[in-house]
Design a protein around this ligand. Structure first.
Ligand SMILES: Cc1cc2nc3c(=O)[nH]c(=O)nc-3n(C[C@H](O)[C@H](O)[C@H](O)COP(=O)(O)O)c2cc1C
Ligand code: SF4
Ligand code: SF4
Length: 251
């Protein structure tokens, strides 16, 4: 059993849940560094082993998550890296995450690309990770422990290209309907402070990363993506609805 640090950026929760499934197999969670917070209260990895997890946005990891990750001091800890994606593709995301994590001085002992329900188009990988996925994730966590106990030093190679593909710029923000009560839950939850405290109906397009957190946290379901945009996305991603992507593990 290990003390474990969980470092994650997870606007709508699936990335965190995957990281938690891994960490729970290892032992006691020592700390959680939540990279959705703009002012990190903890910046030092306090455990000998960390799980570092991020979602995939347009085949990359979110820039804001990487910027905050760079504030973390590894203290030479070992790390398992995880990207979570919505059944389309993860492209350069895992490679990018691993490059950043190694630059911080972590020793990567395992990596994974895990499929979860798409946070924009829920028909993709609907209901995943399911029990079979969780079983494979737990099995991976155990393989890492075995590797550590055998003191193996095999380096991890993951798919992806450098230079990485171009990142995503949000073309729009969620819109706000008349249902809004002005509670400002979305304002405090937004990872990039894109929503105005003075008027929560106003969202700064230059800050919004379209992460969907405000959409899922609004108690009135008042924040929604415009219907024409959703129709375009559904059409664009329709080919991936019937595809069953397998989780991938690198150890
Ligand atoms: C802005 C945005 C871009 C995304 N891009 C991709 C992508 O390129 N490939 C993919 O398979 N899934 C993509 N997804 C789906 C997410 O990677 C997936 O839903 C992930 O589980 C979200 O993590 P979270 O629940 O921790 O927020 C995207 C989601 C969002 C919001
Ligand atoms: S969380 Fe919903 S109801 Fe509350 S301010 Fe934001 S949009 Fe309005
Ligand atoms: S305003 Fe944009 S960045 Fe902020 S929570 Fe909503 S979708 Fe995410």
């Amino acid at each position: 059993m290990f003390d474990v640090s969980l470092i994650s950026f997870s606007p709508t929760g699936s990335t965190f849940r995957v990281a938690q499934t891994i960490a729970n197999e290892w032992g006691k969670r020592h700390q959680h560094i939540d990279l959705t917070l703009s002012n990190l209260t903890q910046t030092v990895c306090q455990s000998p082993l960390a799980v570092i997890a991020m979602p995939v946005y347009a085949g990359r990891v979110p820039t804001v998550a990487i910027e905050r990750l760079r504030e973390i001091s590894s203290r030479g800890a070992k790390a398992v890296t995880v990207v979570v994606y919505g059944n389309r593709a993860y492209e350069d995301a895992l490679l990018e995450l691993n490059d950043e994590v190694e630059d911080l001085g972590f020793e990567i002992v395992g990596s994974a690309a895990i499929v979860a329900q798409h946070s924009v188009v829920s028909a993709l990988a609907n209901g995943r990770p399911n029990e079979a996925d969780n079983e494979s994730i737990r099995h991976f966590a155990h393989s890492v422990v075995t590797k550590l106990s055998q003191n193996e030093k095999a380096s991890i190679s993951v798919p992806g290209n450098r230079p990485y593909r171009e990142g995503m710029k949000a073309p729009l923000t969620p819109m706000v309907t008349e249902q809004c009560l002005g509670c400002r839950a979305c304002v405090t939850q937004c990872p990039t402070q894109a929503i105005s405290m003075i008027d929560p109906k106003v969202t700064d397009l230059s800050k919004c990363i379209l992460c969907m957190r405000c959409v899922v946290t609004c108690p009135m379901r008042a924040r929604v993506l415009p219907e024409p945009f959703m129709e375009v996305m559904q059409l664009k991603l329709s080919a991936f609805v019937s595809v069953h992507r397998e989780n991938e593990f690198f150890i």
